[in-house]
Design a protein around this ligand. Structure first.
Ligand SMILES: [Zn+2]
Ligand SMILES: [Zn+2]
Length: 424
């Protein structure tokens, strides 16, 4: 019994050891050759996912949150990353004991606040302020709505200054304001009338009410604590996503040390197709001529008089993913001008917000083809003569008198007559 317990304890210790020495790249879900940008992006995603404020019922989330920030701190600093790559966890430990920077166990909430602002907590915490949401519009060509595409866009984002870690001070040291003593307010005596003095509290203008002061301004942000720079955001355009669909990125709006960043809200809209230049249409598909309404697509096809009248024609329409939709009529089939043909299942993929998967067969809307018939400008006189005779011959036999068929009166009805009639 005792042996078993010792064994079990031993196993448990081993498991704990394994947990402590978890590979930092694996923790962030990255390969060893990950770029600095990928490391940052992985931290942004995972730290939000495992933040204890978001997982109040999951006690393991806190450990994961700590581990993610540990991994980020180790890998984001080039020197500590190099040491970790060569000597692993032990190497890092030694490096730290020798007073080296990077890979240290800083407060994970402090690291979090350097990315998302505020005190490292989410705004559902009491006393946390939240920044405004930011709305961004991103134009997407129709073919990307049809095929689905992971794309990127940039916007000018306010970020917490990395050089001074959001302190605004060149030495990263923040002192309390000497004017107000760090309280952010000053008490001012005001004379209301001779002999009547009152004390009023005013915001300290030396520190703007923050109660903090710095000796030398950070040159990167000019003491503002934040900088604006282009931020690249990955956007997953799902197949059939609606024109005007909104995608929310939690806490990815402008960041500021004083508040938790709001959400970045992206509205995707269909970009006007460009006929010139291949950027929007690299496959040279006919797709730029499609028009979309909801799940359906619209297409205009032009027929000559001969085709509309006699049939025996085909068209190959190159769809948005390059596949061919064949249109056509056998000889003898008339197409009326303005006729709309429904091609079932050749419209847009129907968007399911939970996403398509292998078990879910994609449904499609319809393609509506409207036919336009063009008449020849001019006919050769020989051809005109023959056609005329031909029509004359068949008109006598089988011709339809459209006027007679319409049921309209021969004599036009004059309005004043009708009014008189009504009075009788
Ligand atoms: Zn700065
Ligand atoms: Zn002050």
């Amino acid at each position: 019994m005792r042996l078993l317990r010792t064994l079990l304890l031993g196993l448990l210790t081993l498991a704990q050891l394994a947990l402590c020495a978890e590979d930092y790249y694996k923790v962030l879900g990255l390969n060893r050759d990950a770029t600095e940008k990928q490391i940052k992006s992985a931290y942004r995603q995972l730290s939000k996912k495992y933040h204890p404020d978001k997982n109040p019922n999951d006690p393991t989330a806190h450990d994961k949150f700590v581990l993610v920030s540990e991994a980020y701190e180790a890998l984001s600093d080039p020197e500590s990353r190099r040491i970790y790559d060569q000597h692993g966890h032990d190497g890092l430990k030694q490096h730290k004991q020798q007073g080296g920077a990077g890979g240290g166990h800083h407060d994970p909430f402090d690291l979090f606040s350097r990315f998302f602002g505020g005190g490292g907590h989410f705004s559902n915490q009491p006393g946390q302020r939240r920044g405004p949401n930011v709305e961004v519009k991103v134009g997407i060509p129709l073919r990307d709505f049809y095929n689905g595409r992971v794309t990127e866009f940039q916007w000018n984002k306010q970020e917490i200054c990395e050089v001074c870690a959001g302190t605004g001070a060149a030495d990263k040291v923040v002192h309390s304001c000497p004017v107000c003593g760090g309280r952010g307010v000053r008490t001012v005596r005001q004379q209301l009338a001779p002999g009547m003095v009152t004390q009023v509290q005013m915001q300290c203008d030396a520190c703007g009410g923050r109660g903090k002061a710095i000796k030398h301004r950070c040159s990167a942000c000019n003491g503002e604590r934040v900088v604006r720079k282009p931020a690249t955001v990955t956007l997953n355009v799902q197949r059939g996503m609606a024109d005007g669909a909104r995608v929310a990125y939690e806490n990815e709006a402008d960041a500021h040390p004083d508040y938790v960043a709001g959400d970045l809200i992206v509205t995707v809209y269909e970009k006007e197709p460009a006929l010139e230049g291949d950027e929007a249409n690299p496959d040279r598909v006919d797709g730029v001529f499609f028009r979309r309404r909801g799940n359906d697509l619209f297409w205009r096809e032009v027929l000559s008089l001969r085709e509309a009248l006699l049939g025996d024609w085909t068209r190959n329409v190159t769809h948005l993913d390059g596949h061919i939709v064949r249109l056509g009529r056998p000889r003898g089939q008339v197409v009326q001008p303005g006729h709309v043909e429904t091609v079932v299942g050749e419209g847009m993929p129907v968007w399911h917000e939970d996403g398509d998967d292998v078990y879910h067969k994609t449904e499609y809307g319809n393609l509506y083809v409207e036919y336009t018939v063009v008449l020849p400008d001019q006919m050769e006189s020989g051809m005109e003569k023959e056609l005329w005779q031909l029509f004359q011959k068949w008109r006598a036999k089988k011709g339809v008198d459209l006027h007679k068929d319409s049921g309209r009166p021969d004599k036009p009805v004059i309005k004043s007559e009708q009014e008189n009639h009504d009075e009788l």
